[in-house]
Every structure is written in C-alpha cells, then in structure tokens.
Design a protein around this ligand. Structure first.
Ligand code: MGD
Ligand code: MGD
Ligand code: SF4
Ligand code: MO
Length: 917
C-alpha cells in the first residue's frame, strides 16, 4: 500500500503558496511591505552605531553574541569573547540568523484558522486579546473537565522557565497534571533512559577531553555536533585541542565518514541499527582479555550483588531481611547481598569486610536458594557475543573489533591514579560519546551496552574518562527513582495510560514522551486504551515542528488534524502550524528578551541573557510574554507566579514575588523585572548583563565538583562507593519492569503481544541481541537508510534560511559508488527512494537527487534531516529537498521500549520513472 501518493495531502510548497499566498500578504503572514515601512522610519531617525549583547537564537547552546547595529538595523552578529565555550566565535548558523530575523515571511500577528485542518491553512488575522480570550476559554473548559485533555508539546527548547516550566507547572497546580511531552523521543532520550537506569544521572556519555587519550565517537558528529548540552563550536574545538595537546586518538563508528576525516584515526563503517552487536562483541573481548577494573565494579556497582538463579526470586537481587524498600532508595539501596569471601557468607554490600573480599564470580547458596554475583551471569551472557558473530551483523570485521577493544582495555590503564589539585583520582584516559545514535529500535539497551565498555575498565567520571553527569552537581539527582519506584511497586503500572505518549502504562512504563508514537497512539485511541479521542483534546505546540521533525509524517498529520484545538507558537508558519493549528501565536526570534540562559563546556558554565537585537518586529512577542498572558487567560496566574519564583531561583530570597499582586501588569515589564530579580540573586543586575557581561563559574576538582570520585568521598559509603549512586551494572530495574509488563500484556486484549510490540523482548537485565524488526522487510529493500544533522542547518528551524540554503540546499540521497553503479544512477540523477515498514507492510516514497560519495558504507543510503519544512517562495527556489521523515516509519517495530523513535529503515532507490512507479 502506498501512502504518499494519496492526492489528499501531497504537500508541496508551490501548492501552499497557491492556496495561501495571495491572502497571506494582506494578513499577518508573508509579504514585505510593512517590514520595509518600519525599517524606513527607523533609519530616517538615527544612523548611529550600537552593539547589543544577545545570544544565538538558532542553535542549542545559546552562544553569547553581539548584535552590531547601524540605525535600528542589525548588520552583523558576532561572538562574544567573554563566552568561555566559544572564545568569541559564532558558527555559520549563528551568523546567518540575521536572515531569519528579518525574514519578511515571519508570522506577523496572531492568526486564526478559517478552513479545515489537514490541508494548507487559510487564516484570519486577530488581535492578541481575541486570541487569548478564545484560547483561554477553550483550554479552561477542558482543564476543568480533566487536565489530561490538554497536551503541551515542546521541542528543542530555550530558556524554558517562562513557558513550558512555569506555565505547565502553574496550570497543572491549579487544575491537575496535564500531559507534557518533549521532543526527546526523536532526539536522544533513549540514551538518557539508558544512563538514568544505570547511573541515576541525566545526559548521555560525554568525555573529559582535557585529559582523554583515546576517544570513540559512536555515531557522533565529531566535528559538527555537541552532544547532550552543546551545539557545535565547543566540542570540535576541545577534540582538536586534545589531539594537539595530548595526541588523543579518535575512532568514528558511523555508516558515513563525513568530514570527521582529519579528526579520525580510524573509521568503522557500521551497518546502521546494529550498534548493540558491536558493543556486545567489544565487551566480550574486554572480558576475555581480563580488562576488568574490579575495584570499580565491587565498590561502585551492583556487579557483585547476588542474583537468585532459581525460585520465586529468580533474576532478582537478594537482600537482607531488614533491607530498606529498594523502590524508595534509588541511589544506594541498603541491604543488597554480596558474597564476602573472607567471612564465607552473604552479607549486605555495604557491610562487607573489604572491597577486595567481595566475590565477582562463583555460585553460592543463600537460605537454600542458588545465587550468583551479577557479574558471573554477565560472563555467561557476554561470551555468546564474540567478534566473529558481530562481524556478520555489523559489517565490521572481527579483527578490527578485537584490536579496537584490546586497545581500549590497554589504554584505560586500569589501576593508574593521578593527582589533580592535590587529590588522588583514578586515571582512565579513554572516553566515548554517542547521542542521537541512541535512537535505534533497541536504543536503551544499546546505550547500556556502550556504557558497559566504560564500566568494565572503570572509566566512569574519573580523569580522562567518559562522564555520565553534568560534573558540577553536588550529588545525584533523582533520575532513576521513578523507574525503581515502578519496578518495586509494580501495581503502579496499569493498562490505562493517561495520554497518547502512553507513559507509565504497560505500553511504556519508562517513557521518552513519544514525539512520534503519540500520533500512532492518538490515531488508535481504542487500541491503546486512551482516555480521550483526539477530537476531545487540545494541543499546545511550543517551539516544535512534529509534522516535519518526527518520523511517520502522514500519521502526525492525521493525528494533529483530528485534535479539537491546536495552538502553535512559532515565528513561522511551520508545517505543523500550516496543517494543524487552529491558532498561530507569533513568537519573536532574536528580536526578543529571553532568559536566563547559559550552558557549560564540561569545565565551566556560563549564565547570561538574550537581549533583543531590536524591539520585536511586527506584532510578535517574546515567548515569555505570550505565556504570561496565557497564564492569565486560563486563570492560573497566581500559580504561574508562584512557580516563576521557583524557576528563577527566587524562592527563599528577598527577591521572591510574594504573590501575583506584586508583579507588574504589563507582561513585558514582568519579564524584565523577573530577570532583574534573577540577576540580583546572583549579585548582579539586568543592566550589568546589558553591558555585555556573562557570569562564568569554573568547576573545581574536589569540594563537590568535576570528578564524581571526589565528591562522593564523604557520602557515607566512602570506602565502598566513591559515587553517590550505586551503578546498576545489572539492570534489575529493567528486569522487574519486564515482569510486570509481561503479566499485564498476557492478561490483555492482545493475543500475541510480542508480535504486536516487538520491543517487549528487550526488558532484559543485560543487553540481549535480537534482529531489528526492519530486517523482516523483503530482500528487494536492499539498503539501510540513515539520517543525520548537517553543520549548516539546525533541525527544521533553518529550512527557510536563505543564507544556509545557499550553502546546503536539498537533502540529496548519499550512495556509495558501488550501489550507484548497481542501481544505474549517477551524481545528480533524480530517483525515488522507497522504504518498507516491516511491522505493517506499508511503503513510503520520496523523490530526490543522488549524491555519490566514497565515504558512505556500501549497502546504505544516507539522507540529512532539516529539509522539507515550510518555505516561502524564495527559499523554495533554493531548496526543494524532501523531509526524510516522510520515509521513516513510526510505531512498533521502529520504536524502543521507552517509546523512543528509531531512525533506521530498509529502503531501495530506483531511477525516477523506473519500474517501481
Ligand atoms: N530524520 C531525522 N529526523 C530528526 C532528526 C534526525 O537526525 N533525522 N533529529 C531529531 C532531533 S535530534 C531533534 S532535537 C528534533 C527536533 O525537532 P523540533 O524540536 O521539532 O525542532 P525543529 O524541527 O527545529 O522545530 C522547531 C520549531 O520551533 C520554531 N522556533 C524556532 N525558534 C523559535 C522560538 O524562538 N520560539 C518559538 N516559539 N518557536 C521557535 C521553528 O520555526 C520550528 O518550527 O528533530 C528530530 N528529527
Ligand atoms: N550543526 C548542527 N549541530 C547540532 C544540531 C544541528 O541540527 N546542527 N543539532 C543538535 C542536536 S538537537 C542534537 S540531538 C545533536 C546531535 O548530535 P549527534 O548525536 O552527533 O547526531 P548527528 O549530528 O545526527 O550525527 C549522528 C551520526 O550518526 C550516524 N548514524 C546514523 N545512524 C547510525 C547508526 O545506526 N549507527 C551509527 N553508529 N551511526 C549512525 C550519522 O551518519 C551521523 O554521522 O547535535 C546538536 N548539534
Ligand atoms: S554553535 Fe549553535 S548556538 Fe552557537 S552560534 Fe552555532 S548555532 Fe548558534
Ligand atoms: Mo536533538
């Protein structure tokens, strides 16, 4: 069945302009006239030169920047040398934001839809007052009835305090919890879930580049990306410095070579979606060769804890009778038994006579039950996965995997220590990083497998190693707690989800908030036991464009079209706004006050504010002001203000708002006043930041900073656990969640739950390989498709940036010369790319042009993300690239146990006009 050739919704941009173009100029959309008028007025009054401190608005690390102005016109954005992460650079995107700020096709005033959803919008311009009144009435009615009827969908966000944080929290405090979803299920949340499960910390692997000597970039955009917290400039610079300063070697595991070329000593072209097999084999070599840091494993992890291998507790860690409730204690659960070789008996982990006496291997009997240290079970598990086995699956030959793992083991220098600022800390100069690559069908377990490679050699949060936390926290956060709580109180998991993300229910007890899956569920409310049909729901879409940025585009469109009321807050008529919004609220871009913002580079963090390059253009508003008004519109202003105290860190200081009465009436005054109060809690003022200053906090070693090993020393388990949380090498949490999910699914309407939801197979205490669902596609789909981010673009929010489209137009389909030859196509040829959903047998087609590259693994086709979103006619002429998310399926089979989206699918490419048409 073909889905994209339906004539109902083949959304080409030309259609869009045909449908809405004429009306658009007159309304709040498109056209240049009003813009030029306002500019002319400004210029005639003043041509003075001025500099305004601001922050890059496109990227994710908000690089501190300066807007250089002549008259009221910004002529250039430049980096701020005060920002330690950039030392004054801005990347091409940061510089090119000037084009988007002045883009005459911005949405200029609030818009209300006048036609049916599911097609290009027709709009009526309305006042902010009317928009707020109507939206407020609609939301209030639903919230009063049941707050679960309202979904707040946020995308790759910025300064969340005023909108997704205070508005959602404040409104939920008044009416009860609404559904709040992020974009992470399409970004990297499967990696976060893996890290939270093991380490209880938040993020995905990072590296102490200042001291690392050997780095594995696992599907990491080494020269163009920035991992969990950074955007682009900082890590590539740190990697280049590490190569110069300490000769750091680097390896890239990636189906394409990209331009990591000069920064990569070794490229391992891997078959997309098979990374778990690679890491399992890698770890089997570490075990085979004895590259094991026993001290780390016995003191900081549950590897020595005794797991019952028979009876009722089979698969569970055994505990002392008086052990605390493990669901309550997510950091270090007291009372988990280990075998004390000196005492010759099982004792609580923290009571063992000394770490050296804690057994990692053997079979023991505890109260008549056979039990083995978790690590002993690991030895059995991992020995099945040798490099020969993985070579077949990954396309990387066995010797290469073998040698790489041996090198990692050797270079980890197990046992070495180094003194930093007078403190002796283990020295393990091997690091790794993976981020968006975690979005694979078995992404959570794959992330865990990659962490095992660091854990086996003890290279976790010590000098030179992989880092698993922000490295400035003074203690662990509660990121594992919700999962432990469910695992040990299984009755909390039910068959009935609260909303389309299915979070907390038997479908996905662990939840990445389902960017794409929400729409699969929402279009099948009965199947997924949803409390409401989409026709009863409201969605607020803040700074997200799920129609283009989430796979399963047609499903998202169908789902969003059925929603009763959708409010999209966006500077542009995004695809999501175009087909699904009832109201579009025009956010300002770099022409707005926004903050506080900041970020860190692993060694220091900065705090600053985005001052508006100019007053908001047209009738647009800063996001914060929109949500201040929206809080009033839903009668939750009191609660909003209470939460603003919390979000801005004003609580408990002299600067906290005593109540809503104390806030200025005018939202823009409130925003200024709030930011000034925030600044005052830092001993500064808004004016101080307005002078171009930023706050920089260096992270020290010791005293609660930088290396976990130093801050955990006095955690009460000092000798036993240098970290504050016991690392779950053996994921008892996942195992127990699986038991509950199996129980509920067995008693459900699904006759064969595993075939319906393949990810149910993945609730294992140790990562366990199975073939990804995509391999069930017929053989004619002989390529594996993968996608990625380009240096010149940022998600879909730059799709209409003319400067960036000049340098990176189109999403050409990258093929290896071998495949191009076989298919019979040449560089620049027009082709049809067809993918197949092995779960439901649907196919999807997109058209594009071929780009032939040696640096693409044979048997794969690579297509960059970013393109295919809303464009005005000018950017349309520069960029006709499709959105590859039209060809990536969503839903089971392409989805992890955490409802995280996979970005790999089997595909074929044929010349346009060929047989497949
Ligand atoms: N095939 C494929 N798909 C992918 C990816 C991939 O690699 N391949 N990457 C994924 C990743 S990592 C992520 S993070 C997601 C991102 O997905 P999203 O979070 O949806 O990000 P964008 O696609 O940039 O959409 C953001 C929207 O916010 C609007 N916007 C920009 N600035 C502002 C502002 O200041 N205020 C408001 N209110 N709106 C603003 C933009 O115009 C745009 O419409 O995409 C994912 N999608
Ligand atoms: N310039 C720029 N920088 C960005 C962004 C941007 O849009 N533009 N987005 C920011 C955001 S939101 C994020 S999430 C990060 C993402 O940063 P990264 O996690 O580094 O993600 P990508 O840039 O998509 O690079 C992913 C790499 O994985 C490879 N890959 C794809 N599939 C597989 C697979 O199955 N296995 C393996 N081993 N590799 C695979 C791709 O070829 C690509 O080279 O970047 C941030 N930085
Ligand atoms: S690195 Fe990111 S935040 Fe910094 S200038 Fe570039 S796009 Fe903007
Ligand atoms: Mo992302």
């Amino acid at each position: 069945m073909l889905r994209n050739d339906d004539d109902n919704l083949e959304l080409t941009r030309r259609d869009a302009m045909k449908a809405g173009g004429a009306a658009a100029v007159a309304l709040g959309l498109g056209g240049t006239a009003s813009h030029l008028t306002s500019l002319g007025e400004a210029q005639s009054t003043s041509l003075e030169y001025e500099e305004v401190p601001t922050a890059c608005w496109i990227g994710k690390m908000d690089c501190s920047a300066t807007a250089k102005k002549v008259g009221n016109r910004v002529v250039k954005y430049e980096g701020n040398p005060e920002d330690p992460r950039t030392e004054g650079s801005l990347c091409p995107k940061g510089q090119a934001q000037i084009e988007q700020v002045y883009n005459p096709y911005r949405v200029k005033a609030p818009l209300k839809r006048t036609n049916e959803k599911g097609q290009h919008g027709e709009w009526q311009e309305i006042s902010w007052d009317q928009a707020m009144d109507e939206i407020g009435e609609d939301l209030k009615e639903k919230l009063q009835d049941d707050p679960r009827r309202v979904v707040f969908q946020v995308g790759r966000k910025k300064s969340p305090q005023w909108q997704e944080d205070a508005w959602v929290t404040g409104t939920s405090n008044k009416y009860g919890s609404m559904e709040k979803y992020g974009h992470g299920a399409a970004c990297s949340d499967s990696g976060y879930r893996g890290q939270e499960l093991i380490f209880a910390t938040h993020g995905v692997s990072e590296t102490d580049f200042e001291n690392c000597e050997f780095f594995i970039g696992w599907g990491h955009n080494m020269t163009q990306g920035g991992g969990a917290h950074l955007c682009q400039i900082t890590w590539p610079k740190q990697i280049a410095d590490a190569r110069d300063d300490q000769g750091m070697e680097t390896v890239a595991i990636d189906p394409q070579r990209r331009n990591s070329g000069p920064y990569t000593d070794q490229w391992l072209p891997i078959e997309p979606g098979t990374d778990m097999a690679f890491w399992l084999a890698f770890n089997s070599v570490l075990v085979r060769e004895g590259y094991i840091d026993e001290e780390y494993l016995t003191t900081a992890t549950n590897a020595p804890c005794l797991v019952a291998t028979e009876g009722d507790e089979d698969g569970h860690i055994l505990r002392t009778d008086d052990a605390q409730d493990p669901g309550e204690e997510y950091t270090w659960a007291d009372g988990e038994l280990v075998w004390d070789e000196d005492a010759g008996e099982a004792v609580a982990h923290e009571e063992a006579s000394s770490p050296e006496n804690v057994a990692l291997e053997g079979t023991y009997e505890v109260d008549g039950v056979e039990a083995r240290p978790a690590f002993d079970l690991y030895l059995d598990q991992i020995s099945q996965y040798d490099p020969e086995w993985a070579a077949e699956i990954t396309g990387i030959d066995a010797d290469t995997i073998d040698e790489l793992a041996m090198k990692w083991g050797e270079k980890a220098k197990i046992g070495a220590t180094v003194e930093v600022d007078g403190i002796e800390i283990p020295y393990r100069p091997v690091g790794m990083h993976g981020y968006h690559v975690a979005q694979q069908e078995m992404g959570v377990s794959t992330t865990i497998a990659h962490y095992h490679a660091a854990m086996l050699v003890g290279a976790v949060d010590v000098v030179g190693s992989t880092r698993v936390r922000k490295a400035k926290y003074d203690g662990p956060k509660d990121y594992r707690e919700p999962f432990r709580d469910q695992a040990f109180h299984p009755e909390k998991i039910t068959k009935e989800p609260d909303g389309p993300s299915l979070g907390g229910s038997m479908f996905h007890p662990i939840d990445s908030t389902a960017f794409s899956q929400s729409h699969v569920s929402q279009t099948n409310p009965d199947k997924y036991n949803l409390p409401y049909e989409p026709e009863e729901m409201a969605w607020i879409v803040q700074m997200a464009n799920p129609v283009t940025s989430a796979p399963g585009v047609e499903t998202v469109i169908e789902s969003m079209s059925r929603v009763d009321t959708t409010i999209v807050c966006d500077p542009w008529m995004s695809e999501t706004a175009d087909v699904a919004a009832d109201y579009v609220l025009p956010a300002a871009t770099a022409d707005k006050l926004q903050g506080p913002t900041g970020g860190w580079d692993g060694y220091a963090d900065i705090e600053h504010i985005r001052f508006p390059s100019m007053d908001p253009l047209w009738d647009t508003k800063p996001d914060a002001e929109i949500y201040i008004q929206l809080a009033k519109a839903v009668d939750a202003y009191e609660e909003y203000v209470a939460d603003i105290n919390d979000e801005l860190g004003l609580d408990g200081t002299d600067y906290a708002y005593a109540g809503a009465d104390e806030t200025p009436d005018d939202p823009s005054e409130f925003l200024r006043d709030g930011l000034d109060r925030w600044a005052q809690t830092k001993g500064k003022s808004l004016e101080w930041f307005r002078e171009g200053n930023v706050i920089t906090n260096e992270w020290d070693v010791g005293g609660g900073n930088r290396y976990a090993y130093t801050w955990g020393m006095d955690n009460g388990y000092g000798e036993f656990n240098p970290y504050d949380a016991k690392h779950e090498f053996y994921s008892e949490t996942l195992f127990r969640l699986g038991e509950r999910v199996d129980e509920l699914m067995a008693d459900s309407k699904f006759d064969d739950p595993v075939s319906e939801f393949p990810y149910l197979q993945d609730y294992n205490a140790y990562p366990t390989w199975r073939e990804p669902t995509m391999y069930d596609s017929p053989d004619e789909y002989d390529l594996t498709l993968f996608s990625w981010h380009q240096i010149e673009h940022k998600q879909t929010r730059t799709a209409n940036n003319k400067l960036l489209n000049e340098i990176a137009p189109k999403s050409a389909f990258r093929l290896n010369p071998e495949d191009a030859d076989r298919i019979g196509v040449e560089d620049g040829d027009e082709v049809v790319l067809e993918t197949h959903d092995a779960q439901n047998d649907e196919t999807y087609q997109v058209e594009g042009v071929v780009m032939i590259q040696d640096g693409v693994k044979p048997g794969t086709v690579g297509v960059p993300h970013h393109h295919g979103s809303w464009k005005d006619p000018e950017s349309e002429a520069l960029d006709e690239g499709p959105s590859i998310n039209r060809a990536i399926p969503s839903g089971p089979g392409y989805l992890g146990l955490d409802n995280g989206q996979a970005f790999q699918v089997r595909a074929k490419v044929e010349p346009k006009g060929g047989d497949s048409e």
